[in-house]
Design a protein around this ligand. Structure first.
Ligand SMILES: *Cc1c(COP(=O)(O)O)cnc(C)c1O
Length: 466
């Protein structure tokens, strides 16, 4: 292409200024800053320029200004569509869906956050008028619910692990089994956190079998901690062995060491009636002799993102005094949500009032009844859909309890004209967006994670696509 050809092609390209003066673009000025609009206009013009230069023919395109305005509006729409303020319907049956925000909060937790969003006694003692301790009430509730002497709250469980290792083992050694060097989704890897903390990781045993003597042989003058990390999102089955927490605690204490357990999700109460087995119950871990235990606020606990640390006062106070704590501490909104959620547990109402637990506790009969009812309504109103109800499994998600037995009834959909992938996309792009699974060329809806008042959205969206 010679210079003249390039020139004639680019002549049709509107200027950024002309684009900004289009009525459609002007109408966006109420919701976007002038700078953002100009930046978007530049991006769109740049995109059109690249397309023009890539084209074979140089047929003039008189509608380029209109085209540019439409593209700019579409970009703004896409930005809005992914706003966090938009509710999303989770029809995947994965209760703690990390990509969808893990645990949905209890109503009282949401109300508590709203109240705390104004001035509140975050670090103020209303009795004496002096400075109070941030998170004191959450710490007290955690102590009550787990039997711990002391507690501390940080930003997430990854932060809790980093703080424990930094404060209790920097420049020393931490003994850990090779079967527990986990990676949790989103780049949390035990060896990396260990390196970041300044502690040296001493791996013992093998992937499937680690014995008490393996730990014992690794103890030397530089050892600071014995660590037990919950396998969270995977299980090793078959020819396996790991010492019990009690055995590890006796060994650690006989050598003047602390035992640290990263429980991951953990649970505040026994959740076997929800199909959850094998997650450490925090109170039991402490009773078995762990000196410090960390777990997440937004996994099975069902509250906001946070890392909860409980254990012996001596350990917890060392964490509180460590400079990293100031960088990892949580804000008042998180503390308010935690406080309200822990109060639900203390009243014993967690199975009805903590949404994640309520979803896990729903009976298979109830799920089947809801699925059959939605299926029959769809059959009556959407003749092009083939609707079946089939048996399936929901999942806990969030890297917790991968083997949980959560039988459910799936509404399985096929369409006469559209593929499963097309239906899945249409649901995802409806308002509110609906997230569903596809398997065996069918769209699968699991009502376990769909609130009763969201079923009408699901129904209407399906009528639209069908
Ligand atoms: C999930 C998990 C973490 C990370 O927790 P976040 O709260 O997501 O930071 C750490 N350790 C274990 C064992 C986990 O299961």
């Amino acid at each position: 292409m010679d210079e003249e050809q390039v020139h004639s092609k680019l002549r049709a390209l509107p200027s950024v200024d002309a684009l900004l003066h289009q009525p459609l673009v002007q109408s966006l000025r109420a919701s976007l800053s002038a700078e953002r609009l100009t930046a978007l206009a530049r991006e769109v013009i740049g995109e059109l320029r690249a397309e023009l230069l890539g084209q074979e023919s140089s047929a003039p395109r008189s509608d380029l200004l209109v085209e540019a305005a439409a593209r700019l509006c579409a970009r703004v729409e896409r930005e809005r569509a992914s706003s966090l303020q938009r509710r999303v319907i989770n029809a995947t049956g994965v209760v703690l869906h990390t990509n969808l925000g893990r645990a949905p909060l209890a109503d009282v937790a949401v109300e508590a956050m709203a109240r705390a969003s104004r001035y509140c006694a975050l670090e103020f003692d209303l009795e004496t008028g002096k400075r109070g301790r941030r998170g004191a009430r959450v710490e007290r509730l955690l102590g009550e619910l787990t039997g711990a002497e002391a507690a501390l709250v940080v930003n997430n469980c990854a932060a809790a692990t980093l703080l424990v290792l930094s404060a209790l083992a920097r420049d020393g050694e931490v003994i850990i089994s090779r079967g527990e060097l986990v990676e949790i989704g989103g780049d949390f890897r035990i060896p990396d956190v260990m390196a970041q903390s300044g502690a040296t990781m001493v791996e013992v045993g093998t992937t499937n079998r680690t014995r008490l003597v393996d730990y014992e042989r690794a103890i030397n003058a530089r050892t600071r901690l014995i660590a037990r990390v919950h396998q969270s999102n995977y299980r090793i089955i078959g020819f396996t062995h790991a010492p019990s927490l009690e055995e590890l605690a006796s060994l650690a204490h006989a050598h003047g060491l602390f035992l640290y357990e990263d429980a991951g999700s953990g649970a505040l109460v026994d959740l076997r009636q929800c199909g959850i087995d094998g997650e450490p119950i925090i109170r039991e871990s402490l009773e078995k002799g762990a000196d410090v235990v960390t777990f997440s606020g937004d996994k099975l606990l069902g509250a906001a993102q946070a890392g909860l640390i409980v254990g012996r006062r001596e350990c917890v106070e060392r964490l509180r005094r460590h400079p990293l704590y100031r960088a990892l501490r949580v804000d008042k909104l998180t503390l308010a949500a935690l406080e309200a959620t822990l109060e639900i547990y203390r009243r014993g109402h967690h199975l009805d009032q903590v949404p994640a637990l309520r979803m896990l506790a729903v009976t298979p009969e109830e799920l089947e009844r809801r699925a059959l009812s939605l299926a029959s309504r769809l059959r009556a109103s959407a003749p092009k859909l083939r609707v079946e109800v089939i048996a399936g499994q929901s999942a806990v998600g969030g890297g917790a309890a991968p083997m949980a037995n959560l039988p459910t009834s799936l509404v399985a959909l096929e369409h006469e004209e559209h593929s499963a992938a097309e239906i899945e996309r249409a649901l995802r792009q409806s308002d509110p967006p609906i997230i569903a699974r596809v398997s065996d060329e069918k769209v699968m809806l699991d009502l376990r994670t769909v609130a009763a008042d969201e079923e009408v959205n699901l129904f209407n969206a399906l009528l639209k696509v069908a």
